[in-house]
Design a binder for this molecule. Sequence first.
Ligand SMILES: [Zn+2]
Length: 158
Amino acid sequence: MELPAATNEYGPSSEIAETDIIFECPHCAKSLAIDWRGAGLMITCPDCGTRIQVPESDDDHMAAGAGVSIAPLEGQYDVQIRNLSEALNHSREKIRQLMSSLDNTRKRRSSLEKMRVEQLTRMERISAEMAVIQSSLDRVVNLIGEAMLHRGEEGENW
Ligand SMILES: [Zn+2]
């Protein structure tokens, strides 16, 4: 029967299942992880080559294993929380930019509205002035008409 191979050392790159038995080589104190089905089996330590027995997954070892497996899990949560918090900060910054851009748009719109009103007022003033000019022109035309009429009458008298 083939003995299950113990992984060399658990680190961030090695994959350790939650069910794995994690123990130390009694000879070289190397941290080893082995599938839970390898409990009680004799294996060769991959580091020092000593024949060692995999401990049974009793409560002590389970607790030790849990202690080991919880640590990287917490690290993972930390990273997740940091990522979420960064994403949240990013979103907040985005919202702040959008709000500022919205504010600018409002300001621009209100300034455009003001300009429109000013233009309208100017147009009204121009149109009022045009009406004054028009009535002046009408008066001038009338006066010219009257003058020509008088001249005609006078001419007849000449
Ligand atoms: Zn060893």
